[in-house]
Design a protein around this ligand. Sequence first.
Ligand code: GDG
Length: 474
Amino acid sequence: MPYDLVIVANRLPVDRVTQPDGSSGWRTSPGGLVTAIEPVMRANDGVWIGWPGGTEEGLDPFEHDGLELVPMSMTQADIEGFYEGFSNGTLWPLYHDLVAKPEFHREWWDSYVHVNQRFAEKAASLAAEDATVWVHDYQLQLVPQMLRTLRPDLRIGFYLHIPFPPAELFQQLPWRRQLLEGLLGADLVGFQLPGAAQNFVRLVRQRVGHKTHRDLVYLPDGRTVRASPFPISIDAAGFEEMARSEPVVARAAEIREALGDPRKVFLGIDRLDYTKGIFARLRAYAELIEDGQLDVEDAVFVQVAVPSREQVEEYRILRDEIDRLVGRINGDLGRIGRPAISYLHSSYPREEMAALYTAADVMVVTPYRDGMNLVAKEYVACRYDNDGALVLSEFAGAADELRQAWLVNPYDINGMKSALLEAFNAEPRETTRRMKAMRKTVTQHDVAAWAASFMSELSDVGTHGKAVKPARRS
Ligand code: GDG
């Protein structure tokens, strides 16, 4: 059956689970993207194409919780070349300021082209005439062009969830031109921040030689492509509602009690990724205890490191480094029943995340580079009493909007120490003033507004396809 709206993303919004009776089923995976896109999908009877994880083959399209899902299979070779290789070993570090060294391997690139082609062909086969296709993220940057070749009638949008690097870094990529041309297959290319959109337009002018004016690229065939910022957000009302719920309030109190009722709780929640700056942040915190400016009787740092990309060597090394650092800090500075850092290498249900946000006095988000960082926004959404302090890296996209956070340069350990201490000692009047302003931003610019503005701009710029209906708002 052809669809008027096709979402194409590397992952499907569901995870495989084993039911109590031993059979296997699906569970909606947590995360902002599902919340954002689900209402638009429903309003347009859309379909979502993506990889369900694993190497199972021959999975049929299925419906889950009212969403039409089409699973794309991956072989072990696809996972190694396309996913762990080119996506996470080449593009991810290259697009995050070379925080780690990107590797360039021709066989990874071949695999990336091959998998992108399969996604494009699947999207082409499912889209109705003049339909809209919305392609997501760095794993699928060739899909827009491949899809346009197969189906010139479509209206195509692309959204990049991670930063888009400056020309000086992007230039290193042996396949730079192919990637730019891949993205130019879209009518609208969306980024988190204005700077990323400008980087893209500048590269297109320099490397592909197309004429550009402000956010527009003029292609020789008469098409125009728009490159604009659309800062992504969260389901702010949903988080607040969860934080206000009785079980979450009770659980937050239980967490504080289990921590020994310290005066202040610091919190970090990140995927265990080298871009997130976990190591430097914990070092800064430990130094404050060593210097005698914080005391383990008074404060504790809860660090949740959510397992991520565990098959990639860099990530295994990082995990070992953080394990060692936490062991050393707690061994040197902790007392019985009073660790300096309470470290959890695990993922949790959304309610537990909300309880952690509620329990924390100081939220510490210090990535070296981050497209947006939804954790920072989720913390703000949960603080309905306008209390709690946010320490936030200048290099997270979220810092553009959350100007009232204690902003830090994550490379500056002394600067981070000062900010942690200021946030720890801040007067309630000061934290309230800051939190109020940040809450206004997050509640006004929520994820529904993000999806609606992308869709409405796509309807305006596309010379092809028919317009998509905005989500019905309840
Ligand atoms: C990429 C970009 C950009 C995490 N652990 C658990 C859990 N989460 C949820 C959080 C949050 C999301 O995952 C993480 O989003 P972030 O934005 O913080 O970071 P990335 O995963 O790196 O996301 C980033 C984002 O895409 C969106 O465009 O902001 O810059 O790197 O929503 O709550 N959720 C649950 N259990 C966990 O253990 N339930």
